[in-house]
Design a protein around this ligand. Sequence first.
Ligand code: GAR
Length: 225
Amino acid sequence: MPIPNSQALPALVVVMSDDFVLPRTGSLEDPIRVAVMISGGGSGLAALLQYQRTSRTHQTTLVIADKEDADGLQHSIDAGVPSLGIPIPMEAEAKERRVTHERLVHAALGEHDIELVVLSGYMRILTPWFVRRWKGRLVNIHPSLLPDFPGAHAHRDVLTAGVDVSGCTVHMVDEGVDTGPILAQVQVDVNEGDDETSLQERIKQVEHVLYPETLDRLCSGQISL
Ligand code: GAR
């Protein structure tokens, strides 16, 4: 499907170290088992589940939200995919909460035999403890042309900077914030009169095509690592 309102950037030659190699290639008969992690409405999750209704090299077999009542969980519940809300354990000591939370997430991923973790609107920064365990099997989508405008407020920062072009980036996750090898990027024009909502919605339309297709390229070994 063509990506609406956007212009594909030239194909990237992705050169990655052994740190970022998926352990196996997925096939239509034996797709890579994916866990999607979300925090909010999950429109990206819904698009991925829709894409996977046709036989693909990746299949979502678990969805985890960082809240029990995250709206996006309804998409995976409706699709019959195991869906967990794993909130931050407030009973843990404050400085232990993040890692305690990630240990719970890590355990769930293991129980479900997950091979690839797909962050889709997951709004927490993962600790090096978690990233080290999933490096090479941990992918994120960010709503800007990284390395420009990392962080939680990409659209606001783009509009404040007054640039003409934004976009979205799919990348492997490393220990930094919105860093790690870039797998795919598409640019989206910033229109006159755009506000955060209109820009976000236009970029999401692009994300909903780019992310599932990039996962296919990754899982089928088309991105040479
Ligand atoms: C998406 O635009 C995604 O790129 C962004 O959150 C949105 C989630 O939307 N992610 C980040 O900003 C991560 N730093 P959704 O919940 O409707 O899929």
